[in-house]
Each structure stands twice: as C-alpha cells, then as structure tokens.
Design a protein around this ligand. Sequence first.
Ligand code: GDP
Ligand code: MG
Length: 396
Amino acid sequence: MESIIKQGPDIKEAFDANTEKAHIYFGLVEQWLSQQKESIEDLDQQAKAYGEEALAFRTMLKFIQSKNSILGLKERVTLTLINPVYKETGRMQKRVQHPHGENSLRTKIECLRYFEKLNLLFTGRVFIVDDGCPEGSGEMAESILSEYPESAHKVFFLEKAIERNDIDLPDGITQKNGTNRSVKGGAVLFGMKKALNTSFEGLHIVVDNDSDLSVHPMQLGLLIKDIVDGNAKVVAGSRREEDSVSLIGGTRNQRGKLFINIWQYFLPELADKITDTNRAFKAFESSALEKILPRIKTYTFPYQIELLQASIAMNIPITKKGIAYIDSEAASTQSGADITETYLNQIHQIIDIAKRYSATNESDPLLKYFSSISEEEWTLIEANPPEKIQDLIATS
Ligand SMILES: Nc1nc2c(ncn2[C@@H]2O[C@H](COP(=O)(O)OP(=O)(O)O)[C@@H](O)[C@H]2O)c(=O)[nH]1
Ligand SMILES: [Mg+2]
C-alpha cells in the first residue's frame, strides 16, 4: 500500500485532483485495487495512517466506489446536477487561461458523460443557475455548453426570471438589491424547481452542488446508492465521517466552527443527525424534493440547513455519506471583499428556521441575544470566540 500511496500526486487544492497526473493515478489505483482481497472500506481505513500523504489515494478510492455504484445500477436513473454561479468566471476557465481555473463546468459534463457510457441506464445533466452574477458567469456557462450541442444541460438566469415573473421562482424573491434577495439559495431553489418540471426517465435524483471542483463530480455515484437501494430519499455528502477525506483551508475551518456551534444549538434535532450541513453535495429523490421545496423560505446560504431541517420535520429518510473534499480557497466567493452575506445575517436566518420549525423555544435567551446584537458586536465575538456559546450570555 505504501508504494501506491507514494505514487499519488500532491494535493494542495481542488484542481490537483483533476490534472493529467491525477487521471493517470486513478487508473493505477484501479489496477492495484483489482489485485487486493480487502474491501475498499478496509483499505481506506488503513490508508488513514498515512495522513495527508494519502489524500490522492483515498480520493481515488472514493472515485472508484462511486464508479462501482454507477456500474451496479439496475434501474434507470436521471441525475440533475444544480450548479449556482456567482463570480465563477475564473474557476470555469482552464488553468492555462486563469490562475484559479479549474475547468469546472467541462469537468462536470465530462464526468456525467463518462458515467453515461459506463451504464446506459444512467443519464446526467447540469442545470446552471446564474445568481445575478455581475461578471457574466451565466453567459460564460452558455458559451461552454455550446461546445456540447444536443445535450440536455441548461443555463437559467435568476434575475431575468424575476423580471418576467417566471412560474418556478421561489415565493417573494427579489432582485439582488431587494430585501428578499438570493445569495446562492434562491438560485438553487429555482434550479431545483426547474429540474422537477423538466421531463426525466426512471428515478430522478436532484443534486445540490457548488460550481467549483472541491467535491469532485467523479463522486456523484456515492450519493445515488442509498436512494436506489431504497435506504434514503435524501443523501448528504459529509466531510466529517470516519471515511471522509478532507483538506480544508485553515482560516475557514476556524471561522466555520463558531457558526456550527450556533446552528447546532438552535436546531438540535438536525444536529443530532447531520454534522456537515454546509457542504453542497446533497442528493434529493425528486418526489421527496417536491414535498420539501414549498416550505423552504431561506434564499441565502442557510437554505441548505433548511432543506435538511424540512426533510427531518417531514420524516423523509436521510443518510450521510463520507466524501472527499479538497478546498478551492483561492477563488472562494465567500471570503475577503467578495463576501455577499454576513455571518450575522446567516445566524438570523438560522433563528428564523428554528422558529418556523419550532426547533427552539422563542423565549430562549441565546435566541434573543443573537437577534439583538449588532454587526460590531458580532465582529468582536468572531475575533474572540467563546468556549461555549452559552458563555456569551453568562458574561454579558
Ligand atoms: N458568495 C456567493 N456565492 C454564490 C452566490 N450565488 C451563488 N453562489 C455560488 O455558491 C457557491 C459558493 O461556493 P464557493 O464560492 O466555493 O464557497 P466556499 O466553497 O464556501 O468557499 C459557488 O458555486 C458560487 O458560485 C452569491 O450571491 N454569493
Ligand atoms: Mg467551494
């Protein structure tokens, strides 16, 4: 095992799992695997001992498990991959064209094609939703799609849809400068509704996915298995399971922890079931999604949390799946000057979800506290996060 692990390419960012070298390595790992007696699960657990050195190897095991799940399909499946785009013109390009280029959209399309060829029962399509991108992400996606004529992939423009009052819009959504604007969530919910209203064959699975390559699309098969086997209607990809592989940028991890403590406090039942709510790699069986969707009122980032909370509230069976996640931090649309939604606003959204699903008592002191603090107060908390969030009210 050591030798095959050592042959893996260095993985520092999402792009590294998609290079020519990585493609060749995938073949090598597949070949090596065919000579092993142990299960992929057991080999993966052994590889963990090699730490970051085994990132590429363990990622390839995930790709292979996913491929096996597609190969094993015995019934027709249509997968619609929803990709919201906002300032994605860098990552959509190739690396030779842009320093952050990931060739993200072509890679997704080609992965779906690869799966279609593996098993004729599988059909995949990408629905891109331009979330009012000021830099023409939707237009760039359209131009890339023109390289694939006669395919079922589509680009939707949320702002144009609002102008013409499209029937599939989330209720009461406004343009970016309005009070009920979309920050990713509205765009995804709109794309999901479009997916539900587009014809399909067999079992229809709708996948919520960011448009970068941090969760490589070769893993889509991982999300399908539990649904096809009848074990779940919703599958949440997770970076925090025993078998997850993850490389998360240091600063982001820290920032995320406080936010996680807060949502887990307000939504205890969800926290009990799912640890990693905010990784957009989740599959919804379409009839379940049809039931959940009308309840969702969060149009900014925490829409993902509401989708899961609504599933739980409606007794829709959920499972989680360990995935390989490799950060694409340099071009993240969620840091530095590009932040489009403050953390405090997101907490207010969480509180709104907690109230609507009766997950927290409205007289809860922390709920009142977070509803009342200013952005300045929040900045101080973020700079010096408490051990337990309860400490915030104990000292104030
Ligand atoms: N920041 C931001 N992202 C948006 C918005 N609308 C859609 N998105 C998409 O939401 C996803 C956010 O993912 P990413 O930038 O990779 O964030 P990260 O993975 O948390 O760093 C990307 O697919 C964006 O294109 C928006 O209004 N703001
Ligand atoms: Mg990302």
